[in-house]
Design a protein around this ligand. Structure first.
Ligand SMILES: [Zn+2]
Length: 276
């Protein structure tokens, strides 16, 4: 949990963002949540009436604070998508909760921020097509179960074939890579995947998980800081004027400072590219 605070502090300390560029997130409303989630699930979480066995796969203990944090994290990503449409780029210093399904959470994900924000923008007619680039080492099974059948959304996922979730839900384009994947092989696979996409989005949601770092405890890849920087540069250049809303995704290195450093590097690359 402390990585979120450490990232915020680091971005300010390294002058990557200014205090006035940070906007506090507000909780998502039920109207927004119910576009992606079942009423029973949302109400069960709000009222703490979900049976314990349904909460267990989330891996976090229910508390009023967890509920508030989960709602606020989704609200933050919704705001990031609005800011991205206005300014070209915006990011949430949290989120990327791609394992949450319509009727259940899992893998530390309570609500699915990308699905909620995507269905909101489409519903409100703000955009017609959304590209999700999910580069967390874990496959976004929740994104795929909620959005994988849609034609106005395209999900690209690059992930570890031997990583959680062990039952993957098909995305529009899944690239599963073996254990020990290095910078070179990873960047080549990313390049090939991006080149093959013919979908023309009006906004890109980028799940920039850094749990593919070699030192990560929950990942199977061997990427380095330099490899991750190259990855981010490639994705953000691919956008070429298409607005990008970013969420930081997973990161569980030991020590956690390595994860925070990797997240901060993503923001440095974004600053480099979007200030040009
Ligand atoms: Zn992950």
């Amino acid at each position: 949990m402390e990585k979120y605070r450490l990232l915020r502090e680091k971005l300010l300390r390294d002058s990557v963002v200014k205090l006035e560029q940070l906007v506090p997130a507000t909780p998502a409303s039920d109207v927004d949540l119910l576009r992606a989630h079942d009423r029973r699930y949302v109400e069960g979480l709000r009222n703490h009436t979900l049976p314990e066995k349904e909460l267990r796969p989330i891996g976090l203990t229910w508390s009023p604070q967890l509920l508030e944090r989960s709602l606020t994290s989704v609200g933050g990503f919704i705001a990031a998508t609005d800011h991205a449409l206005k300014d070209g780029f915006s990011a949430l210093l949290a989120g990327g909760t791609h394992h949450a399904h319509a009727d259940r959470g899992e893998g530390y994900c309570v609500f699915n921020d990308f699905a909620v924000a995507a269905l909101r923008l489409l519903d409100l007619g703000r955009v017609k097509r959304i590209l999700i680039i999910d580069l967390d080492v874990h496959q976004g099974n929740g994104n795929s179960s909620i959005l994988g059948h849609r034609e106005d959304v395209f999900i690209l996922s690059l992930h570890g074939e031997r990583n959680y979730p062990f039952r993957k839900v098909p995305s529009h384009l899944d690239v599963a890579l073996p254990e020990g994947t290095t910078d070179e092989a990873y960047l080549e696979a990313l390049e090939g995947a991006l080149r093959s996409i013919t979908f023309e989005p009006e906004i890109i949601f980028y799940q920039a998980g850094v749990d593919n770092l070699r030192e990560d405890l929950l990942g199977t890849f061997h990427l380095t800081f330099e490899g991750l920087r190259a990855r981010d540069r490639r994705v953000l250049k691919y956008a070429r004027g298409t607005p990008v809303a970013l969420a930081i995704g997973g990161g569980y290195a030991s020590p956690i400072d390595l994860t925070v450093e990797a997240y901060a590097n993503t923001f440095k690359v974004a600053r480099e590219i979007f200030s040009q």
